[in-house]
Design a protein around this ligand. Sequence first.
Ligand code: ATP
Ligand code: MG
Length: 364
Amino acid sequence: MTTNTAHATAALSPATAAPGPAPATGLDERIRRNPGAHRVLTGDRPTGPLHLGHYFGTLQNRVRLQRLGVEMFVVIADYQVITDRDLADRLAEHTENLVLDYLATGLDPERATIFTHSSVPALNQLMLPFLSLVSVAELSRNPTVKDEIAHSSQSAVNGLMFTYPVHQAADILFCRADVVPVGQDQLPHLEVARTVARRFNDRYPRPDGSGLFPRPEPLLSAAPLLLGTDGGKMSKSRGNAVSLSADEDTTARLIKGARTDAERRIGYDPVARPEVSSLVLLAALCQDRSPETVAEEIGDRGSAALKRTVTEAVNEHLRPIRTRRAELAADRGHVRQVLRAGAERANAVAEATLAEVRSVMGSV
Ligand code: ATP
Ligand code: MG
């Protein structure tokens, strides 16, 4: 599996691209040179099955980094489910399904620490000092928070929604991760984590003057913003996603219903034709080819031919992952054991970090 970083920014449409720092240059190269010097934190909300946006946006990168030997923490952000809805519906089921998606796509629980927010109290406690380091104005300016509010099922915005990025800073900094493989929508949140790390280090230096926390950097993939069947960001909770665990017929049906445009000739132009280009990119990523080649090959045969190509490419690419997932799903006991072991390790790390935080803050 390769990632084609050359297409990273080309795949973004200006209407949906969130402002944020430019993708970190040279990070990939630095990791490859010395994987042991880095630590990764990533995660997902247990709000539904993982989809193609996750897979090409972050999962492939996680597996690649793991294979390089980078230490990895994966948080299942169960407390963040209730930022934009009243109840965390079918939480245990969604959590176990996330673990199955992780294992099926290649995360190895021997090398990756997979855990839930709610099982690591010391991580959540870091939010208290961190909240004091950002202003309310900074939080209310966050474009991702604004977007999530727009899609929220709640009539009023709750406090957890506003503090979401600070919670995420705690997720990242509890294990002192310096690399965060994310999709484009997470860049503003990552900027908050960077700010929190810098301000904490300035305000509470260690006795030798050094800072406790690294400044985490985002790692974007070739598809940092894959679009869903309605032309908006593919999301678990927007009913526009093709999930990794869907069967082949469902995959075909969903792709057939994807929004395109009226132009017959297929091209790759993410700015002018975001929906068509996202489909082209999807086929290209599955087939490990360039989007331009895929578009050229379909040429004048129109959207129906494009969709047939995409369906075949996706189903073919996901076939071994889906088979493996079905095998893993037969042993729920193993899934729960992965979460138990992950929680144990994450707790040890979080407690050590919290002890250091208390120490530099002068708490007794
Ligand atoms: P929800 O709708 O519940 O927010 P989601 O589909 O947005 O779910 P998250 O759990 O919020 O998924 O995001 C997990 C990770 O996957 C984040 O790093 C996010 O940037 C990435 N991601 C989510 N959707 C996409 C997408 N369409 N393209 C690329 N990356 C994505
Ligand atoms: Mg989301």
